[in-house]
Write a protein that binds this ligand. Structure first.
Ligand code: PRP
Ligand code: MN
Ligand code: MG
Length: 182
């Protein structure tokens, strides 16, 4: 139980469902990277929880890197103009990069990131996201591993924030409109 529970209108994906799904994703990734060691590249801050649980669910060893980006734009909408707040510490040339995202919404952040990382010549580059909103996508991105497709609603928890809060909820839910003044 969290004190934040009271602000949640409905649970969309429970802690147990997240755990199970991560197990399935990890099994697929283990199989696909049979002779490789993926370099997990987490996109801060949203992907922090997913990244740490996914890395521990994999049987194969992996390495972890983080990038922090911010997309210019108002409120909850991303604009596609992205600024690097924290770059990778290591060179990714010849690495098998697996980008780890919590959610693909418009897809603009990831589309920019893919272009940016591809220009650094990794050996391979794939994407795993826990959540995707098919109805919100503005760009065509092929995503290799998707946990859940969800409706185009504002969700929080398990890394996803509203005004930087609710990331620490262990499940994913819909905020009560009263919380954001609705
Ligand atoms: C959120 C989310 C994704 C991105 C998805 O990050 O974690 O990274 O937006 O949006 P898009 O597909 O429309 O580009 P945010 O920029 O809110 O930063 P955060 O991870 O620190 O919360
Ligand atoms: Mn993010
Ligand atoms: Mg955010």
């Amino acid at each position: 139980m969290s004190e934040l529970d009271a602000d949640i209108e409905q649970t969309l994906i429970s802690t147990e469902q997240i755990r199970e799904k991560i197990g399935e994703l990890a099994a697929q990734i283990d199989a696909d990277y049979a002779d490789r060691e993926p370099m997990l590249v987490g996109v801060l801050k949203g992907a922090a929880m997913f990244m740490s649980d996914l890395a521990r669910a994999l049987e194969r060893p992996s390495t972890m890197e983080f990038m922090a980006v911010s997309s210019y734009g108002s409120g909850t909408q991303s604009s596609g103009v992205v600024r690097i707040l924290k770059d990778l510490d290591r060179d990714i040339a010849d690495q098998d990069v697996l980008i780890v995202e919590d959610i693909i919404d418009s897809g603009l952040t990831l589309s920019w990131l893919l272009k940016n990382l591809r220009s650094r010549h990794p050996r391979s580059i794939r994407i795993v996201t826990l959540l995707r909103k098919p109805d919100a996508l503005k760009v065509d991105i092929s995503v290799d591993y998707v946990g859940f497709d969800i409706p185009n609603e504002f969700v929080v928890g398990y890394g996803l924030d509203y005004a930087e809060r609710y990331r620490d909820l262990p499940y994913i839910g819909r905020l009560r409109p009263a919380v954001y003044g609705g």
